[in-house]
Design a binder for this molecule. Structure first.
Ligand code: SAH
Length: 235
């Protein structure tokens, strides 16, 4: 396995590069890729920046230029369900691009000419991420829960109750909303690369989202990402 690890923001990946053995940096297409050994695993870490195009570009380069065989996206997300609270972890079982709508030519959410709307994550990576997440929450004696299910991505920071409830009406299984995962999913699907997405809930995608998001990212996000990925890689 050569594992690509993508996050959108520096705070979501803080500490991982420092934990790498023999890190080698390469700047390409306005991103810094760091290859090295993370605990037991040959890995390449990179920050995609925010949004679907940025994430798709980053995933493509990881595959084509760095030869990664698997990809994990780790970051934060807004809650898409009343049972999913700030501090909880969501491990994606499938991802949908919530702003994809070529109707009436194609059904809403269908990625035209692929026959796909919801793209499934790799079962084994997802299982390992879920184990790593549960172990992290138990070790930290944290009350937060781990959930598995649907994550929706789009080029919008969702910060209105009306927006999130309209999305929930259209996607009743929705657990979380973010801005990159489903783009990575499409690239990995098209290349046949197994991938997983894990997100910590930073906000409730409502009017308080911007403040909650900033606070969470500055205080807790990095501890989660680092703790879960350490469990994932070291086992
Ligand atoms: N104003 C912020 C913008 C961050 S965008 C800034 O200046 O940094 C939010 C990032 O966190 C994206 O990478 C997205 O994947 C995730 N995210 C967290 N909460 C979200 C929400 N409510 N809606 C969409 N994306 C969210």
């Amino acid at each position: 396995m050569r594992l690509g690890i993508i996050s959108a923001l520096a705070e979501e990946q803080y500490g991982l590069i420092e934990a790498m053995q023999g890190p080698a940096k390469l700047i390409h297409g306005m991103r810094e890729y760091t290859a090295g050994k993370l605990w037991e695993i040959d890995a390449v870490c990179v920050l995609s920046r925010i949004g679907k195009v940025a994430a798709a570009m980053t995933a493509s380069i990881l595959v084509e230029k760095f030869g990664v065989t698997h990809i994990i996206f780790t970051g934060v997300a807004g809650s898409g369900d009343l049972g999913v609270r700030v501090g909880d972890i969501v491990v994606a079982e499938s991802l949908v691009q919530h702003d994809m709508d070529a109707s009436p030519l194609f059904p809403r959410f269908d990625i035209p000419l692929t026959g796909q709307s919801h793209i499934a994550t790799d079962r084994e990576l997802t299982r390992r991420l879920a184990v790593a997440a549960r172990e992290f929450l138990e070790n930290e004696a944290l009350a937060p829960q781990m959930h598995r299910g649907l994550i929706a991505s789009g080029d919008q920071f969702i910060n209105k109750r009306s927006q999130i409830s309209a999305l929930k009406d259209a996607l009743p299984d929705l657990l979380a909303v973010e801005m990159e995962g489903a783009a990575v999913a499409q690239v990995c699907f098209e290349f046949g690369i197994p991938f997983g997405v894990i997100r910590t809930i930073s906000d409730n995608a409502n009017e308080d989202a911007a403040v909650d998001f900033m606070h969470f990212v500055q205080t807790v996000a990095s501890r989660y990402a680092f703790g879960v990925l350490k469990n994932f890689c070291a086992r």
